[in-house]
Design a protein around this ligand. Structure first.
Ligand code: F6R
Length: 360
């Protein structure tokens, strides 16, 4: 059942190239006339509320970053358990977009029903066919990750990011914010993604970093923009399966309090893939390094950082920013897996957690 892997989580990470390929193939149009197929027309909405929980919400944060920067459409990312009780401000031009692997998460479902009762359009991105959220939403698009057994989501998250990235690309196209040449290049890269992901799965750069982290009880992640969203996911994955306390910070925010926790040897995992924000993140890395942090740098290839500022470097293949999240998450997942494995944790079934949270 585990296909020769020690845990379902590792098996599911190795299914990501296939899962991303299938999900993309289900929604990219083959002819050039239109970019996507099997997706609702999102051109009429001037605001999108992405409502979800946990990793699905962090996938939503990636979408927000891409949709706002590339398509200039306003996106709010909301924690479902907050959204449902805050009397959200909704208008006919708002789309409520629910993201859920299981399609059964109680708070996400309740948020959907709340919007639906008010006559607001709802669109669900769901992995489990026929699940409650899929049935209740006005529009549904399935991620094609296949069944996910490990409690911590990996391949489903990866396909959520893939589909949301495609939606962001389509919105940029609809709103004339991207040239045909850029689209063609991105589509070409999408076709290469399975190979890139397969190569990443063979890459063992993260192993030394895993050994370092496994000996600590406090870890920080930092990044800006898209890399901040990825930091949130990397941090959640690490804490939920390895039981190491971890916090993710927007890199520029650390100095507003949290930097007091950095002492000699504290591991700081810095994610740096966005060229536009690169210099800014490096200056934050210098700040933690100066306080003795043990810096593990996830950096996109082609971005040069002096060896003075990190202790260990993991290089991430360069793809278009629209697709960078899909690629960068893989070594983050492998790192968490390795740390949890070194610590002898019950990886597929961490304590206190359930695969599908059907209570509020
Ligand atoms: C983390 C994880 C959870 C889920 C969250 C939402 O690894 O799996 O944070 O992402 O419980 O679940 P779904 O996507 O089923 O609504």
């Amino acid at each position: 059942q585990k296909g020769g892997f020690e845990h379902f989580m590792l098996k599911e990470i190795h299914e990501e190239p296939r899962a991303v390929r299938d999900t993309m193939a289900a929604y990219i149009k083959d002819d050039i006339q239109d970019l996507v197929k099997n997706l609702p027309d999102l051109s009429k909405y001037n605001e999108i509320h992405i409502v979800s929980c946990g990793s699905a919400m962090y996938a939503g944060m990636i979408a927000k970053s891409l949709i706002e920067t590339k398509a200039r459409v306003k996106v709010d990312v909301e924690i479902a358990s907050e959204y449902r009780y805050k009397d959200p401000i909704l208008s006919k031009d708002t789309l409520v977009l629910l993201v859920s692997q299981s399609g059964e998460t109680a708070d996400t479902l309740a948020a959907l029903l709340l919007a639906k009762e008010q006559g607001i359009d709802t669109f669900a991105i769901v992995n489990v066919v026929g699940s409650s959220i899929a049935r209740e939403a006005k529009y549904v698009a399935y991620t094609l990750a296949g069944p996910e057994i490990a409690v911590a989501t990996t391949k489903a998250y990866c396909t959520q990011v893939a589909l949301l990235s495609l939606i962001a690309l389509n919105l940029a196209y609809i709103h004339n914010r991207i040239t045909q040449k850029e689209i063609d290049q991105i589509i070409e890269e999408i076709h290469c993604l399975p190979d890139i992901l397969n190569e990443l799965l063979k890459d063992e750069q993260y192993i030394t970093a895993g050994k370092i982290i496994s000996r600590h009880s406090n870890v920080f992640f930092l990044g800006r923009g898209l890399d901040y969203a990825l930091s949130m996911e990397g941090s959640l994955k690490l804490k939920e399966i390895s039981y190491i306390h971890s916090e993710a910070y927007a890199a520029g925010e650390l100095k507003h309090g949290t930097i007091s926790l950095i002492e000699k040897g504290t591991p700081v995992i810095a994610i740096c893939t966005d060229e536009r924000l690169f210099e800014k993140t490096i200056s934050n890395i210098k700040e933690v390094k100066a306080r003795g942090a043990n810096v593990i740098l996830f950096v996109r290839e082609g971005l040069n950082v002096s060896e003075d500022y990190y202790d260990y470097k993991i290089e991430i293949p360069k793809v278009d920013m629209m697709l960078q999240g899909i690629v960068t998450v893989v070594p983050l997942q492998l790192l968490s897996y390795q740390v949890a494995n070194l610590r002898g944790c019950e990886i597929d079934q961490p304590r206190n957690l359930a695969k599908s949270v059907t209570v509020e």
